[in-house]
Design a protein around this ligand. Structure first.
Ligand code: TRP
Length: 326
């Protein structure tokens, strides 16, 4: 029996290269060795997008197209929508009795987010409890492993505590899932800060070739290298990180030529644009197939959701039995 992986993402729309390197490539690499389930966490998105719920449907479609274009096989690994499976809400309610409010308030990930969003004194009850919903997402499918970035570790700890508490109080229904830390945690955007939609520094997976070229052309490089001839520092240059990712076999030579000054940034960028386009071509082509046949995505979500729900129903039957609910 393969171990089960439950991975999840909020539907934020078109994904970028940070998602590709930080999450999707890991998901795809695990696809054959594990029993993978991919959750679209649209209820989680409500914590910060309550004023934009009308975008969730289209954002979901765009995200799923990126997942599939990058190699997630929805037949092998069901893709499903959280809000279409009411058992997530049902288990969340039960789990919400198994954890204290102070414990949730101590969660560093939520604290940081509250600070960043300036909502420390007006966080909703649902927002505070979203790690409990995440615990339900994972445990409903008895996930053994959860691929997450470092920042999500506090949430996973809450999942494990809830599983333990349920198992001791009632019956051993749940595994204690482990984190599978995804590497390449920080992928730089075109301004050298972490690539993030909110910073407006992304390169999309679905970027059109002309926009890819433009974004690379405008991308920051080593600020101390003003012109060709100046010695550059590849280690501070996002363009060089992109090269390590998309054309690693050329990285040593390029680094040497950048340092010595023989290579200028403009020429380097131009050549790299072609290399990236070659890597992305199969992804772009696959994505186009789904863009042109929107009903394919509807079918995939319907199929994935019904397969996931079958598991969710079984788990809830066990939960009710363990708790001796009337
Ligand atoms: N909390 C995750 C995020 O904000 C998304 C998520 C929801 C998730 N449920 C999950 C991730 C279950 C892994 C497993 O990005």
């Amino acid at each position: 029996m393969k171990q089960r992986i439950l991975s999840g993402m909020r539907p934020t729309g078109k994904l970028h290269l940070g998602h590709l390197t930080g999450a999707l490539e890991t998901w795809v690499s695990l696809q054959n060795d594990y029993d993978n389930h991919h959750l679209i966490a649209d209820w989680h998105a409500l914590t910060t997008a309550l004023d934009r719920t009308a975008e969730l449907k289209e954002n979901t479609r765009q995200m799923v197209m990126d997942w599939i274009a990058c190699g997630i096989d929805p037949e092998q690994s069901p893709i499903f929508v959280q809000s279409r499976i009411p058992q997530h809400a049902e288990l969340h309610l039960i789990f919400s009795m198994l954890i204290t409010v102070p414990r949730l308030e101590r969660n560093p990930a939520v604290k940081e987010q509250a600070k960043a969003l300036n909502i420390e004194d007006k966080m909703s009850y649902g927002h505070l409890g979203y790690p409990v919903l995440q615990a339900a997402d994972i445990l409903l499918y008895k996930g053994d492993l959860v691929p997450v970035g470092e920042d999500q570790l506090p949430h996973l700890e809450i999942t494990r505590e809830i599983a333990r508490r349920f198992n001791t109080l009632f019956a051993p229904v749940f595994p204690e899932p482990e984190a599978k830390i995804t590497k390449f945690g920080r992928f730089p955007g075109t301004d050298a800060q972490r690539m993030s939609k909110s910073l407006n520094n992304t390169i999309l997976i679905s970027e059109k070739p002309a926009d890819l070229e433009l974004k690379l052309r405008k991308c920051i490089t080593d600020p101390l290298k003003a012109r060709r001839g100046d010695p550059g520092r590849p280690e501070v240059c996002p363009i060089f990180t992109y090269r390590q990712k998309f054309a690693p076999e050329t990285a040593d030579q390029i680094a040497a030529d950048c340092r010595s000054g023989v290579l200028g940034c403009a020429a380097d960028k131009k050549e790299l644009t072609e290399k990236i386009a070659i890597c992305m071509q199969p992804i772009w082509e696959k994505r186009r197939l789904y863009e042109e046949n929107p009903s394919l995505i509807d079918d995939i979500l319907e199929d994935g959701t019904s397969r996931a729900q079958a598991i969710a129903k079984e788990t809830m039957a066990e939960v009710r039995e363990a708790m001796k609910l009337p």
